[in-house]
Each structure stands twice: as C-alpha cells, then as structure tokens.
Design a protein around this ligand. Structure first.
Ligand SMILES: [Zn+2]
Length: 57
C-alpha cells in the first residue's frame, strides 16, 4: 500500500480548475476562489491589466 498520490491523480486535480487567457496580457489565468461568483465576468488577471485595457478608469 502506498500513501503518496500518483502523478496522474495530481494532474487530474489541477486540470479540474477552469482557466482562460487574460485579455490584456494573454497569460492564462487559473480559476481562483475569489472569482467563484464573477468568473464569467473576469477578463483580466490583475488590476494592472484591467487598467491597461481601460485607461479611462
Ligand atoms: Zn493580464
């Protein structure tokens, strides 16, 4: 019996999180818990990216 997790299990766990590219820098951003409610509206990975795309605000 082994106690350590298999690599395949570890990978599958990580892939379960959704991700999408940031519209500003194009970097893939992984789902965060704080985005649970706004994930659909999230377009930028950080506040800096949001500002760079929306210099007006
Ligand atoms: Zn970004």
């Amino acid at each position: 019996m082994t106690k350590r997790p298999t690599p395949s299990t570890f990978r599958g766990n990580k892939a379960a999180l959704p991700s999408k590219p940031c519209e500003a820098c194009g970097r893939p951003m992984t789902w965060r818990r704080r985005w649970a409610r706004t994930w659909d509206a999230v377009k930028y990975c950080s506040e800096a990216c949001r500002r760079s795309k929306n210099p007006d605000r």
